[in-house]
Design a protein around this ligand. Structure first.
Ligand SMILES: *Cc1c(COP(=O)(O)O)cnc(C)c1O
Length: 371
């Protein structure tokens, strides 16, 4: 049917540029352990993201896991979160010996329904962990008001929201901490990588210990830590990609705008990416909802696209609370909106350099079936 079109493709700098950039490593022989490039990228991203504090990590998941651990919540503490996300969000809570309490999401944008948070708060609640899903931004104001009222921490999973802002304020500066992912499939990548943004210097120190075995001197280990440092090759990939980020986002924007123009009028196809006034979009994802009167169900459309060698993804299906590893383990709350969305959502191919003719094939595969 033609070449395979995947949901995403990693952005990479020109080959020569990367090779030139990693050359100094063959002189220094310094490949990891908070090297020069790790520190440079950390500073550059702090500025780019508009955040006070930032700690680079080996990936976004460890950012969530160690980011949560850095706050020192008591074992068994409850974390109010969303099941309409990548499994990593829920794993990070459970692996910290905390309990996820799943809150339903809003049908409009798939983010946590802030009006349903308060009823889930108990004396065991320690934090709220919302997700800016697809880059759709949570109602930070309402969430943080609740957190203040009940003395809870707010840690955002901002894996999808790299570079986004609200009225000029970097999204990573909201709440007590925000976690970004620089995985190969994300808007900005360091091959694998991630970061935690925060306000308190104490969190920086804590994360430093957690990501480097708690080592604070040649013969001094002050606490129990893991190993989750970003290495120098990954940091250099990040520095190179950062140079081209503006172009990468512009290329994605073109794809995004074409989808909007072409799909807006297809009956039963709703664009599920909400950008409110004052918000800056990173064009990371293009989710749609497939509903009546579109002639095919989401799953039928998904399969019919597969037959045409087009591979959109069912992000996020099933909701994490329904996954084998979590099903029936936690309170059985009403998650009907999240479940409904997960049965109708499809994220379409969008990446830097997606060719016009390939995007045309994607659009036609939806439009021609829709007639
Ligand atoms: C990608 C992602 C993560 C995990 O990040 P990794 O860098 O892949 O470990 C966590 N949460 C969400 C919502 C993600 O999309």
């Amino acid at each position: 049917m033609g070449k395979q079109i995947n949901v995403t493709r990693s952005s990479m700098p020109p080959y020569e540029e990367f090779i030139e950039a990693i050359k100094p490593l063959w002189e220094s022989h310094w490949l990891t352990n908070m090297g020069k490039y790790h520190n440079e990228l950390q500073e550059r991203l702090k500025e780019y993201l508009g955040v006070e504090g930032l700690s680079l990590l080996v990936n976004g998941h460890m950012g969530l896991e160690l980011g949560l651990q850095a706050f020192g919540f008591p074992e068994g503490g409850e974390v109010i979160t969303t099941p309409f996300t990548f499994i990593s969000t829920t794993h990070a809570i459970v692996r910290n010996k905390l309990r996820p309490v799943f809150c339903d999401v809003k049908p409009k944008d798939g983010t946590i329904d802030e009006t349903k948070i308060e009823e889930l708060i108990t004396e065991k609640t320690v934090a709220i962990l919302p997700v800016h899903v697809y880059g759709n931004l949570c109602n930070t104001e309402a969430i943080e008001r609740i957190a203040r009222d009940y003395n809870l921490k707010v840690i955002y999973d901002a894996a999808h929201a790299f570079g986004e802002s609200v009225n000029g304020r970097g999204i990573g500066s909201f709440g007590d901490a925000s976690v970004f992912s620089f995985h190969a499939t994300k808007v900005f990548n360091t091959i694998e990588g991630g970061a935690v943004a925060f306000h308190e210097h104490q969190i920086y120190e804590k994360l430093y210990n957690l990501k480097n075995f708690g080592i604070r001197g040649e013969s001094l280990v002050t606490e129990v830590g893991a190993n989750a440092k970003m290495n120098e090759v990954c940091a250099i990939m990040g520095l190179c990609n950062l140079e081209h980020l503006e172009d990468a986002i512009a290329s994605r924007k073109k794809v995004f705008d074409t989808y909007v123009a072409e799909l807006a009028d297809v009956e039963g196809i709703d664009i599920f990416r909400i950008v409110k006034d004052g918000e800056v979009n990173n064009y990371a994802y293009f989710p749609i909802l497939v509903n009546d009167p579109y002639p095919l169900s989401r799953d039928e459309l998904y399969l019919s696209m597969h037959e045409k060698d087009i591979f959109p993804r069912k992000y996020f299906y099933p909701i994490t609370s329904d996954q084998n590893c979590f099903r029936n383990k936690y309170k059985n709350l009403n998650l009907s909106v999240a479940r409904e969305l997960s049965e109708h959502v499809l994220t379409l191919p969008i990446y830097e350099g997606l060719m016009e003719e390939d995007q045309r094939r994607v659009i036609n595969s939806i439009k021609t079936t829709g007639k």
